[in-house]
Design a protein around this ligand. Structure first.
Ligand SMILES: NC(=O)c1ccc[n+]([C@@H]2O[C@H](COP(=O)([O-])OP(=O)(O)OC[C@H]3O[C@@H](n4cnc5c(N)ncnc54)[C@H](OP(=O)(O)O)[C@@H]3O)[C@@H](O)[C@H]2O)c1
Length: 296
């Protein structure tokens, strides 16, 4: 069979990396916000009707958790209602929709790795909107797939490692939240893990969690980013982070789960592949991508 994929969200971190991986294998149509604005629900059927595809990868979403908290209607439109429309179009066409979702669907009360079958209970508007999208998608077709990710970092859109290192270059003190834990996840490792699906060697449906191995707090993640920066000769003013609490951060409009680390066990048992440790991902990212830009 000749595959043709559509990616919605190629202006973003994951969407751009996915495009590079998929276009090496089969034809792909890339849609960024200018091609399809998900705020305009009426435009979705028209844009998709003009395309031939057997799979849509949907990475586009409003991803700023605090922005979502103060824009609940817009968040529901983009992150949930648009997904429902796309899921139904795909179901009618016999195409598969693959949606990227989040660890924010959990409330953090579990204290050990969440599995795909654990109860969800999002604490904020972003998490609620992504959970609703998951439900719309799974109702529309039992072929559709939800892939939950956590603490994604990678090139194109600056994320946590860039922020931490840039702060440590400018300031001699850096206080980072220590009462929130999850799994940092490198886009390059997500793309590598998705290759069997991209190549059509593996078909999966339902819910799948995909994270780098290991659990840490934001502070531990930040500290490791600084350790990697120092090893790679990035000149820092601050080498040691100090700890603060989520409740100390006044700009956090949205509540966040204290613990939302997810197990990738389902992926590993189906694919036979193991997700790399998060520290390996961070050290490769800093060495290969950030250090060449940041060191003098
Ligand atoms: N980042 C994380 O830590 C994380 C963790 C777990 C799950 N996820 C999920 O993984 C997926 C990819 O995340 P990411 O880090 O690649 O996000 P990202 O870099 O923020 O990219 C999101 C993309 O969505 C686009 N978008 C936003 N509103 C839109 C609209 N109305 N119409 C069309 N496009 C719109 C943005 O367009 P512009 O470029 O024009 O703004 C951006 O290109 C998301 O679904 C997210 O929920 C992310």
């Amino acid at each position: 069979m000749n595959h043709h994929s559509v990616i919605i969200g190629t202006g973003g971190r994951l969407g751009s990396a996915l495009r590079t991986a998929i276009e090496a294998v089969h034809p792909v149509t890339s849609l960024c916000r200018q091609d399809l604005d998900l705020e305009n629900l009426d435009a979705i059927p028209t844009v998709l009707a003009a395309l031939d595809f057997d799979k849509i990868w949907l990475t586009a979403a409003l991803t700023n958790v605090d922005y979502c908290e103060s824009h609940p209607e817009l968040t529901k439109t983009v992150n949930s209602e648009a997904v429902e429309i796309i899921a139904q179009i795909c179901a009618k066409k016999g195409a598969q929709l693959i949606l990227f979702s989040t660890d924010y669907v959990f409330d953090g009360k579990k204290n050990e790795l969440y599995t795909e079958s654990d109860a969800t209970n999002p604490l904020n508007i972003y998490g609620q909107s992504k959970l609703l999208a998951e439900q719309y998608l799974l109702t529309a077709s039992d072929r559709h797939l939800v892939i939950r990710l956590s603490w994604l970092f990678g090139n194109l859109h600056p994320g946590f490692p860039e922020w931490v290192i840039s702060q440590a270059i400018k300031n001699d003190a850096l206080s980072i939240v220590s009462d929130r834990q999850s799994c940092p996840t490198y886009t390059a490792d997500v793309i590598e893990a998705l290759k069997p699906l991209i190549h059509g060697e593996l078909e999966m449906s339902g819910i799948l969690q995909l994270c780098n191995q290991g659990v840490c707090s934001w502070q531990e993640w930040a500290q490791y980013c600084l350790d990697c920066a120092a090893i790679n000769d990035i000149e820092l003013k601050c080498h040691e982070t100090t700890s603060c609490l989520m409740s100390d951060i006044k700009s956090f409009a949205a509540r966040r789960p204290a613990y939302s680390a997810m197990s990738s066990e389902r992926y590993q048992s189906v694919s036979g592949q193991t997700m790399p440790d998060w520290k390996l991902g961070v050290s490769r990212y800093v060495k290969d991508y950030l250090a060449p830009q940041l060191k003098k």
